[in-house]
Design a binder for this molecule. Structure first.
Ligand SMILES: N[C@@H](CCC(=O)N[C@@H](CS)C(=O)NCC(=O)O)C(=O)O
Length: 201
């Protein structure tokens, strides 16, 4: 293996897509390993029993999406050099992981009425509150760090896309519609020429 290898499930979303976008923005040629075989067999071989995993020649595999993003960001100028600013970006990235944890808990509910109730509560409570906190953390934009795109922007972009895509039943796709700064970040990422180039492939 000479090129870095990024392993994730075969879909263009969530934590793996963030890392793919980060590598692409960084201009790194990488092996885009999309899991084809059986996940239960691979799971125990990964650092934390989950994906994404980033592998570099001569290094132990790296798990945890935020660690992967921060590593790429630091190596390739997609994360602030200033430690305080970097911590602010990482706080936003941690907040996206918290959001995913809360929403993912409702993915396991199989009983339709219980799912509807949990998702309605999520949409009207937790998600509104989460969005409000994020909005207050954002500046003039268009990106978290101002004029330059960074890995924290990819994390927020992917979170917004999760909801606007409508895949979370019973959560309106407009749940974050009244958050101009968060939407500006998501739009700026979507319109970034390298991101446009990635999806045009
Ligand atoms: N905190 C971890 C969570 C990773 C995670 O839960 N990944 C999901 C896919 S997005 C996964 O591997 N699910 C399969 C499983 O947990 O068995 C991270 O940020 O990388």
């Amino acid at each position: 293996m000479s090129k870095p290898k990024l392993t994730y499930f075969n879909f263009a979303g969530s934590r793996g897509e963030e890392a793919r976008l980060a590598l692409h923005l960084a201009g790194v040629e990488f092996e885009d390993d999309r899991l084809a075989g059986s996940w239960p067999e691979r799971k125990p071989t990964t650092p934390f029993g989950s994906l994404p995993v980033l592998e570099l020649e001569g290094r132990a595999p790296l798990g945890q999406s935020n660690a992967i993003l921060v590593y790429i960001g630091r190596e390739y100028g997609l994360h602030p050099r200033d430690n305080w600013q970097a911590a602010h970006h990482e706080a936003l990235m941690c907040a996206v992981e918290e959001l995913r944890g809360v929403v993912s808990a409702t993915l396991k509910i199989s009983e339709p009425e219980a799912k509807l109730a949990a998702r309605t509560e999520l949409a009207e409570g937790y998600l509104k509150q989460w969005g409000g906190f994020i909005e207050r953390q954002l500046g003039e934009g268009p990106f978290v760090g101002g004029a330059e795109i960074g890995v924290a922007d990819l994390k927020l972009y992917m979170a917004v896309k999760w909801f606007t895509s409508g895949v979370i039943d019973h959560v309106p796709t407009t749940v974050f519609a009244e958050l101009p700064k968060l939407n500006a970040v998501a739009r700026a990422v979507a319109e970034h020429p390298k991101v446009v180039g990635w999806y045009a492939k």
